[in-house]
Design a protein around this ligand. Structure first.
Ligand SMILES: NC(=O)c1ccc[n+]([C@@H]2O[C@H](COP(=O)([O-])OP(=O)(O)OC[C@H]3O[C@@H](n4cnc5c(N)ncnc54)[C@H](OP(=O)(O)O)[C@@H]3O)[C@@H](O)[C@H]2O)c1
Length: 160
């Protein structure tokens, strides 16, 4: 069976996505809280996934060990970890950056350090239209539209 590692599985997107993966993939979910995952998912889903505890905003040695121990042939990564915050207040920039940009670079480092990066067939990073900036519903974006992120969340999604 092919393997998928999902980050941000306890979030809004993750809670809908994980149950759809479990029949087709050996599914590992990186979570910050076992309890949150156990409250979120049914017993049936929990029986079909492996929870890996870890915080991606820093180097997490225990998470590194857990990932190292996974046997993989063909690996898919779905990176949903992030923080949605539409405030324009720049005092939140560092926090938003940490959760949306550093989580991605730490995940990539972990995959490299554990030798799993060579097995990746697909790396799906969930970005956002926010990376384009100016989230005005009447804006029409084309392939040539420039990215003009302004608020911290937009900048962080653009950077990642
Ligand atoms: N929801 C939308 O409408 C939407 C639209 C466009 C793009 N997106 C993007 O899609 C992704 C998922 O969105 P969502 O709505 O599911 O977000 P969410 O409900 O806020 O969930 C975020 C997930 O990321 C995890 N996370 C945050 N920081 C982490 C860290 N340092 N280490 C490990 N895990 C961490 C959270 O864990 P905890 O449960 O422990 O907090 C949670 O599982 C985000 O990147 C977001 O920018 C969302």
């Amino acid at each position: 069976m092919e393997t998928v590692i999902v980050t941000g599985g306890t979030g809004f997107v993750g809670k809908h996505l994980i149950p759809k993966l479990i029949n087709d993939y050996d599914t590992y979910v990186i979570v910050r809280s076992y309890n949150k995952a156990k409250e979120l998912f049914s017993r049936d889903v929990l029986n079909h996934i492996t929870l890996l505890k870890g915080d991606l905003s820093r180097h997490d040695i225990n998470l590194e060990k857990s990932i190292k121990n996974i046997y993989v042939d063909k690996l898919y990564i779905i990176n949903l970890a992030g923080k949605v915050n539409l405030t324009s207040n720049s005092k939140f920039f560092n926090d938003i950056y940490k959760h949306n940009v550093e989580t991605l670079s730490n995940l990539l480092k972990l995959l490299e350090q554990t030798g799993k990066i060579e097995h990746i067939s697909l790396f799906l990073h969930l970005s956002s239209l926010a990376a384009m900036g100016a989230l005005n519903p009447s804006t029409v974006f084309t392939q040539d539209s420039p990215c003009l992120p302004v608020i911290p969340y937009e900048v962080s999604k653009f950077k990642s």
